[in-house]
Design a protein around this ligand. Sequence first.
Ligand code: ATP
Length: 282
Amino acid sequence: MEIVQKAPAKINLSLDALYQHRDGAHEWEMVMTSVDLADYVHISPSSRLSVSTDSGFLPEDPRNLAYQAALVLQRAAGVHQGAKIRLEKHIPVAAGLGGGSSDAAAVLRGLNQLWGLNWPLERLAKIGLAVDSDVPYCVYSRTALVTGKGEIVTPLDRRPDCWVVLAKPRVSVSTQSILRAIDYEQTVPHPDTKKVVAGIKQGDLPLMISGMANSLQPVTAAKHPEILALQQRLVRFGADHAQMSGSGPTVFGVCRKRSRAHRVYNSMKGFCREVYLVRPLQ
Ligand code: ATP
């Protein structure tokens, strides 16, 4: 019996870094949505735990977030079985699209099934925080307001009705290095999270867009100026709004109309090797 779990990429419609806790974790206020670009996690029964990937350069040991998720669940549930986990990667790595966190969340959902635990998603999300701050959100992978250290996930029960063009520059970004470089004394852009949430709930895209911003964008863009160049191009080609996702470097453009999104997608392909045209998931 093989279980296949879809692990969708996420984007941050807004990302607000509020302050740093004593333990080093950051206090977040983010609105996230998942899109139809996904890894697939294949899980089958085995007495021992193993993780393999088709990517060639991702670790296949406990450094892999999928492996960590399996260990966390094994311990929390007191399970002695293992599992054979194979990651079919499609989401660019270290891109700000949460690929590793989504794989980890998919492992939690899949092993919950394989090991017959029947834990509710809330319980899986809670233990997922130990793997990465984006894992609790990814357990649901539905448009949500995410607060605290990442553990408070409030689904919005509606997705933004738009098209999204993802443009991933060649560079990879280490999330940890960006988080270390946040300077709370400096002026950073703060999204208007309330507007983003209200815009989604009311199906009012201009309202959603009017609140969107990413506090981490200046930090990453200072190291990688191509981020601003891609953002400007997306807007010049017709996106209604463009910004960086997560800690970057992927930049995304939001388009209300499908025809416009296609135009932006085709135009961006001339400037960026990795471009995707996606939609927020239902
Ligand atoms: P986020 O937006 O959550 O910061 P990201 O998209 O920037 O995530 P990931 O693709 O999740 O980044 O990878 C971040 C790091 O985690 C990489 O350095 C990678 O080597 C490591 N990693 C461990 N396991 C995985 C996995 N299953 N998939 C991708 N990266 C993984």
